[in-house]
Design a protein around this ligand. Structure first.
Ligand SMILES: NC(=O)c1ccc[n+]([C@@H]2O[C@H](COP(=O)([O-])OP(=O)(O)OC[C@H]3O[C@@H](n4cnc5c(N)ncnc54)[C@H](OP(=O)(O)O)[C@@H]3O)[C@@H](O)[C@H]2O)c1
Length: 188
């Protein structure tokens, strides 16, 4: 395996939203089939993952749909870090811990757990931005769906101008998705 990375892997609408303003992903599911996407190869190399509380609460609210799709209310075998300032319910059998505050200490713990595998920042966009702010994000892997939402939860609410992201690959997936892989230029 190549050098371990910290990756923000997500799907977005063409106009840069990863969920509607009321946290629906119903627009996304008709666009792609997880099993024929890059996801199986991607997740096989993930050793730890992090998400914000809105994303976690989506999993709690949509447990039945998650079970129907993956066979389990928590589809991840990797240790997971959930960012929140609140007390949230756990999911039986899920390897999760709740954390808050700055991302560097959490990233260090994730790196230790992941060993030589990648770290996945599941979302949302601002949490991925916090890892980027700390210089800890290596790649953005973005599946852009052929839909627009008008408003919603932002993909990556940051200004990245200099150096620009480096476009490493483009992969068309039918007519309703394209996957863009960007590397974050370091050494600023
Ligand atoms: N399209 C996709 O593939 C995709 C992927 C991932 C997520 N999503 C969806 O996109 C939406 C993302 O929601 P979101 O933008 O609100 O982001 P989020 O990162 O899921 O949740 C944000 C919340 O996490 C907590 N948080 C974030 N950073 C923290 C920190 N450093 N310390 C403590 N708490 C912290 C805060 O809430 P509290 O402190 O109040 O808990 C914050 O309001 C969800 O609906 C999710 O289901 C879509």
């Amino acid at each position: 395996m190549a050098e371990a990375k910290t990756q923000y892997y997500t799907a977005t609408s063409l106009d840069g939203f990863i969920a509607t303003e009321d946290d629906s992903l119903d627009w996304l599911f008709p666009l792609s089939d997880l099993n024929t996407s890059s996801y199986p190869a991607f997740i096989a190399d993930v050793g730890a993952l992090a998400m914000g509380s809105t994303t976690y609460e989506w999993m709690l609210r949509n447990a039945e749909a998650v079970i129907a799709e993956t066979g389990s209310p928590w589809p991840y075998t990797q240790p997971a870090w959930i960012f929140t300032s609140r007390q949230l319910p756990t999911i039986p059998g899920a390897d999760i811990r709740f954390v808050s505050g700055g991302v560097p200490a959490v990233h260090a713990a994730m790196r230790a757990a992941a060993v030589d595998k990648n770290i996945w920042i599941v979302g949302g966009g601002d949490l991925a931005g916090q890892f980027h702010d700390a210089g800890l994000l290596d790649e953005l892997i973005i599946q852009v769906g052929s839909v627009t939402l008008g408003k919603g939860r932002p993909l990556f609410p940051r200004r990245v101008l200099n150096p620009v992201l480096r476009l490493a690959s483009v992969r068309q997936m039918g007519t309703s998705m394209v996957e863009l892989r960007y590397e974050v230029e370091k050494g600023r």
